[in-house]
Design a protein around this ligand. Structure first.
Ligand SMILES: C[S@@+](CC[C@H](N)C(=O)[O-])C[C@H]1O[C@@H](n2cnc3c(N)ncnc32)[C@H](O)[C@@H]1O
Length: 340
C-alpha cells in the first residue's frame, strides 16, 4: 500500500525549510510546538498491549439498523494523565496496571473530570473514548453507500465505528485518525481487530451476531484470538492504518489520496476549522467526498453545522450540501463536501 507509513515513527512534515524549522524549534517553548503525528499499523497496536490481561476494558456493542458493531471501552478507573512527565505521588493500592499510566503531556486529569464533568478537554483530550451521537447517524448513512474498493479515512475517529463500518463494506484501505495516541492504541485499534474477528468468525459462521455469543464470551475468546494473531502473519491487516496527533500534522502521513473522508462530531470548535479544512484539502482525491455528521450547534464550544458550512463556503474550495437532517430537539445533519 502506498500510505507513507513507516509505522510508529514520528512523521516529519515534508514541507518548509529545515533550517527554519530548526531555529523555530530551538527558540520556542515546547508548548508552542505541535508534535508530529504518530503512525501505527495493527502490529504496532498489538505490540502496544504488553499483556492484554493487564488492560482494563469492557466490550460494548451497539446495534445500528441490522448491523451490530462492537467496541473496546478502556476503563478509566484510577486513571490519571500527568503534565510534563510529572509522576503520580503514589499508585493506588491494589489496582491493576492500566493503559493510562504512561506519562502523557497534558494536564492532570482523573476519571471524574474527564468523563463526568467534561466530555473533552481542549488540546488535551478531545473526546475520543466515547461514541458520540452523530457517529450513529453516520454509520446508518454509510450503510446505504457503496464503499467497495475505496480508500477511506475516519478523521477524528475516536472509537472509529464509521471506519469500522467502511471496512465491513469492503473499503480497500481505512485510515483512522484521532488526536490522542491512547485512544488509537487502546480503543480504536483494538475495536478494529475485534470487529474484524467477529465478522469473520461469527457472522460468517452463523446468521448474525445475536444469540451466538454474549459479550463475556466474546471477551474470553477475543483474548485468546489476540494471542494467536500476535504470532501470525498479519499482512491481512495492512488495509488498516492509524494516525494520532493534531490535524495540522496528519496530512504528511497520508501519501495516497483518500476517496471518502468520514467525520462525526469534529466541527465543534471554530478554532480548528482552518486546519481541518486544510487537511481535507490536502488528502481528498479529485473525485472524493467528505461526509460530516454534526449537531447544529455545540453549546459551550461554539461551532456547529451552520458555522462550518459558512466557513467552507467562504473558502470556496468545496461544495457543501446537507444530505440528511435528523430531526431532534438539537437538530443533527450530515453534510457532503466535494470539489467544485
Ligand atoms: C467529540 S470526539 C468525536 C469522536 C468520534 N468521531 C465520535 O463521533 O464518536 C471529537 C474527535 O475529534 C478529534 N479532534 C478534535 N480536535 C482535533 C485536533 N485538533 N486534531 C486532531 N483530532 C482532533 C479527536 O480525535 C476526537 O476524537
Amino acid at each position: 500500500m502506498d500510505f507513507k507509513f513507516s509505522f510508529k515513527v514520528n512523521v516529519e512534515d515534508d514541507s518548509g525549510d529545515d533550517k527554519e524549522k530548526e531555529s523555530l524549534n530551538s527558540s520556542q517553548p515546547d508548548s508552542l510546538i505541535t508534535p508530529p503525528c504518530i503512525c501505527y499499523s495493527i502490529k504496532d497496536i498489538l505490540d502496544n498491549q504488553n499483556s492484554f490481561d493487564d488492560y482494563i476494558y469492557t466490550i460494548e456493542s451497539i446495534k445500528i439498523n441490522e448491523v451490530c458493531l462492537y467496541f473496546i471501552q478502556p476503563c478509566f478507573e484510577n486513571m490519571s494523565l500527568y503534565e510534563n512527565n510529572e509522576q503520580p505521588d503514589k499508585k493506588p493500592e491494589g489496582t491493576k496496571r492500566n493503559c493510562y499510566e504512561e506519562p502523557t503531556k497534558c494536564s492532570r486529569l482523573t476519571q471524574s473530570n474527564v468523563l463526568d464533568t467534561s466530555d473533552l478537554v481542549p488540546n488535551v483530550y478531545e473526546g475520543g473514548l466515547k461514541v458520540w451521537e452523530c457517529t450513529i447517524d453516520l454509520v446508518k448513512f454509510l450503510q446505504g453507500l457503496d464503499l467497495d474498493g475505496k480508500i477511506v479515512c475516519d478523521l477524528g475517529c475516536g472509537i472509529g465505528l464509521p471506519g469500522i463500518c467502511a471496512a465491513a463494506k469492503n473499503a480497500k484501505h481505512v485510515v483512522f485518525q484521532d488526536f490522542n495516541d491512547f485512544v488509537i492504541t487502546k480503543a480504536t485499534g483494538m475495536s478494529v481487530i475485534l470487529n474484524s474477528w467477529i465478522n469473520e468468525n461469527v457472522f460468517k459462521k452463523g446468521s448474525n451476531s445475536e444469540g451466538i455469543m454474549d459479550n463475556e464470551e466474546i471477551d474470553v475468546r477475543f483474548k485468546s484470538y489476540i494471542d494467536t494473531i500476535k504470532k501470525e502473519d498479519i499482512s491481512k491487516w495492512n488495509k488498516f492504518a492509524f494516525i494520532s496527533g493534531d490535524w495540522s500534522t496528519a496530512a504528511s502521513a497520508i501519501r495516497e489520496k483518500v476517496d471518502v473522508i468520514l467525520m462525526a462530531e469534529t466541527i465543534y470548535s471554530i478554532s480548528s476549522y482552518e486546519k481541518l479544512h486544510d487537511l481535507i484539502n490536502n488528502i481528498l482525491a479529485k473525485e472524493g467526498v467528505a461526509y460530516v455528521a454534526a449537531k447544529s450547534f455545540y453549546f459551550g464550544v461554539g461551532g456547529g453545522v451552520q458555522l462550518w458550512t459558512d466557513f467552507v463556503k467562504k473558502k470556496n474550495v468545496f461544495r457543501i450540501d446537507s444530505v440528511q437532517i435528523i430531526d431532534a430537539p438539537l437538530k443533527r445533519e450530515i453534510l457532503k463536501m466535494s470539489w467544485f
